[in-house]
Ligand binder design. Structure first.
Ligand code: NAD
Length: 416
């Protein structure tokens, strides 16, 4: 296999490995290697300077054998249809592993969200939703936040969808603000799930979390909250980064103070008492636990050997290539794969959907308790299968997820 990867070549290779281990029917493998439906749209809006902005958007619906499509919406200048397709596939396996009645989807718009005003982002979101609305819905496809989208974006999605239908439909999207039907705990859910996985992996390795050193790549929703929760669990956060670069401090940093610095200056760089480092240096930082929580293809064949962490917990989707997976496994690194490690987000999204459908509102304690139960069970299922198969956790997780979806597809049969 070639060294240069896209998210899609990684996802396809992972599916190939799982299909081989599961001895999957070649026809089923071929079915699952492609999305059921891909919608591409041209999102045109009035920009603040009165010009017309034209942006490529898409929604990829991978497979829905286990339930309605579910997946985030990403705004990013480098986003490609292939990336979104890979992210949709990972959502399908993720929902199956954690045991949610959902299929996998993903969507996004190729744009530069950092340079756009709130007004432009609102018009972009509403126009995008109007273009794909007929394929969305609480029992059809339910969006959620991803990179550079947030609770406000979800509120615009809910409002646009509701306006088009003529009545309020909070269950049409998750990750909304709590005041309009969002769930307690959704903002921190992915990070809390990452922390639960870190704790379970540390237990398996007999590594004490108290005093364990952590490096986090990406300082957004997942990265910042993971740093903060892991610090609460006793870990020392020695390095963090964002798209501008990172900072390193062997004595540890206070995640909340770094966040204040980032909101004032625009990046984590130059945080007091730290040395500035690059994003590749961050991955090679001397630490016990590494949490990639930014983008795809970060740990590759060319740098996996330099990773010093004993545990890698993938907050991001697709941060590690198959070559790096093998290299880390050979080195004895315990890597908790994305489709398990970051499934806390979609799990609490599911809780939000259930609360909306039943017109209930659960307490934070209830939400986090249910999340912990699901994450610990899924981690245990994957760990058990990995031991049985003598494989890494990624292969076991894929076998579990792909196996469950393939079984459902087979049981449903082909129509006509
Ligand atoms: P976010 O937009 O809140 O934050 C992204 C962060 O990554 C920002 O700090 C940004 O500066 C940083 N970043 C961007 N490019 C980078 C680069 N090249 N190097 C280092 N840092 C970079 O996004 P998020 O929601 O935290 O998502 C991060 C990752 O977690 C993504 O892979 C996403 O798919 C995954 N994820 C998110 C959720 C969720 O609930 N938000 C759930 C599951 C998985």
């Amino acid at each position: 296999m070639r060294q240069e990867h896209t998210a899609l070549t990684v996802a396809q290779e992972q599916l190939r490995i799982a299909a081989e281990k599961l001895e999957l029917d070649p026809g089923l493998h071929a079915m699952l290697s492609k999305p059921k439906r891909t919608i591409t749209v041209s999102v045109t809006i009035k920009m603040d300077n009165c010009t017309i902005g034209v942006f490529d958007g898409c929604r990829v619906q991978h497979w829905d054998a286990l339930g309605p499509f579910k997946g985030g919406i990403r705004y990013h200048p480098n986003l490609t249809l292939d990336d979104v397709t890979a992210l949709a596939m990972w959502m399908t396996w993720k929902c199956a592993i954690i045991g949610l009645p959902y299929g996998g989807a993903k969507g996004g718009i190729n744009c530069k969200p950092k340079t756009m005003s709130q007004g432009e982002l609102e018009r972009l979101t509403r126009r995008y939703v109007s273009l794909i609305a007929e394929y969305l819905g609480p029992h059809r496809d339910v969006p959620a936040p991803d990179v550079y989208t947030n609770a406000q974006t979800m509120a615009w999605i809910m409002d646009t969808y509701s306006q088009l239908k003529g009545y309020s439909i909070p269950e049409s999207v998750t990750g909304k603000p709590v005041e309009i039907g969002g769930s307690e705990g959704r903002v921190c859910a992915t990070a809390l799930g990452v922390a639960f996985c870190t704790r379970e992996a540390a237990k398996a390795l007999k590594l004490k979390l108290k005093g364990a050193t952590v490096a986090v790549q990406g300082y957004g929703n997942v990265g910042y909250n993971a740093a903060s929760i892991l610090q609460d669990m006793g870990c020392k956060i020695v390095a963090v980064s964002d798209s501008s670069g990172g900072v390193y401090c062997p004595e540890g940093v206070n995640p909340a103070a770094v966040r204040v610095h980032k909101s004032k200056t625009g990046s984590v760089l130059n945080y007091k008492g730290c040395r500035n480092i690059s994003n590749s240096e961050l991955l090679e930082t001397e630490c016990d636990i590494l949490v990639p929580a930014a983008l795809e293809n970060q740990i590759r064949g060319d740098n996996a050997d330099k990773v010093k962490a004993k545990i890698v917990v993938e907050g991001a989707n697709g941060p590690t290539t198959p070559e790096a997976d093998s290299a880390l496994y050979e080195k004895g690194v315990c890597l908790v794969p994305d489709i398990l490690a970051n499934s806390g987000g979609v799990t609490v999204s599911y809780f939000e959907w259930v609360q909306n459908l039943t017109r209930e509102h659960w307490t934070l304690e209830t939400v986090n308790g249910k999340l912990e139960d699901k994450m610990v069970k899924a981690f245990g299922d994957v760990q058990k299968l990995a031991r049985k198969e003598e494989s890494n956790l990624r292969t076991a997780a894929l076998m579990l997820g792909v196996g469950r979806v393939a079984h459902a597809v087979k049981t449903l049969g082909l129509w006509p």
